[in-house]
Design a protein around this ligand. Structure first.
Ligand code: CP
Length: 292
């Protein structure tokens, strides 16, 4: 049984296989590879992209999906998460896709070895499927290898599981990673750190903008996000005519993270990331439920 708690659960050859399968599925939709498979989604935090993308991916492959809404589940009557999970596993799903505010939860459930656990986002620690789809989007854009390319991650890095998983995966793939943030949003890291966005614009092949993760701030870190945007919003004036790939995992805070104008600029691939997310999650489900 294989889990996906973070990308370090995957070997190099499995990552290569995921990238190849994603490209293949994008060229031609596969047949019902996962008919007879059953997945359960369990999202303790809100989601638009990840949850619907997993459901679309599973259904495109012929699998069935059951969603348990935690706000209406027996966890609200005092049942522990482990017991809820064990009861779901008694229904013999082939995998459980979980999002939780706690960094450790997907790993703890995976260690119970009852079904394949797929992390759909845990605290500020890991969002492996986002990192993989972002890697695919960059490889597609550059026509292959990303080794030696430079990505600048801009925004609330300290609170971001997208940044955490991305940094681990992109470094593993040989990319240079630069961190750009005000001190409130900057994590402890051995990576190059910049407070001024202007200082990385000529170095970056890719800019990944992140929203402020307000739900993870114990107290407000910024009084005024208009002031934040004045320094960190990706605008056409800032990017000028540079040939930079612009990514954002979503949800985008318009005109704080990225300007309206840049969101419709061809260099911005936010919706392409979402499209690629379906194909990457199809590849992930195939790997975990069929191949592993
Ligand atoms: N990128 C991402 O995780 O988006 P959702 O929160 O909408 O799933």
């Amino acid at each position: 049984m294989q889990h996906l708690v973070d990308t370090n659960d995957l070997s190099d050859s499995q990552i290569r296989q995921l990238l190849d399968d994603t490209a293949r599925f994008k060229q031609q939709m596969p047949s019902q590879l996962l008919r007879d498979k059953l997945l359960i989604t369990l999202f303790f935090e809100p989601s638009t992209r990840t949850r619907s993308s997993f459901e679309v991916a599973a259904k495109r492959l012929g699998a069935s999906v059951v969603h348990l809404d935690p706000s209406r589940s027996s966890t609200n009557k005092g049942e522990s998460l482990e017991d809820t999970f064990a009861n779901l596993c008694a229904m013999e799903p082939d995998g459980v896709i979980i999002r939780h505010s706690d960094n450790q939860t997907p790993g703890l459930l995976a260690d119970m070895e009852m079904t394949s656990v797929i992390n759909a986002g845990a605290g500020n620690y890991a969002h492996p499927t986002q990192a993989l789809l972002d890697l695919f989007t960059m490889r597609e854009h550059f026509g292959g290898d990303v080794a030696g390319k430079t990505i600048a991650i801009v925004g609330d890095i300290v609170s971001s599981r997208v940044a955490s998983s991305g940094i681990r995966l992109f470094r593993r793939m040989g990319m240079n990673v630069l961190l750009v943030a005000p001190e409130q949003f900057m994590p402890q890291s051995d990576l190059p750190q910049f407070e001024r966005l202007e200082d990385v614009l000529d170095k970056a092949d890719v800019i990944m903008s992140l929203r402020a993760q307000l739900e993870r701030h114990a107290k407000p870190l910024f009084d005024d996000y208009a002031e934040y945007a004045r320094h960190y919003c990706i605008t056409k004036e800032r990017l000028a005519d540079r040939d930079t790939l612009l990514l954002h995992p979503g949800p985008v805070m318009r005109n704080i993270d990225i300007s309206d104008e840049m969101l419709s600029d061809p260099r911005c691939k936010v919706l392409e990331q979402v499209k690629n997310g379906v194909y990457m999650r199809m590849a992930i489900l195939k790997l975990l439920l069929l191949d592993a």
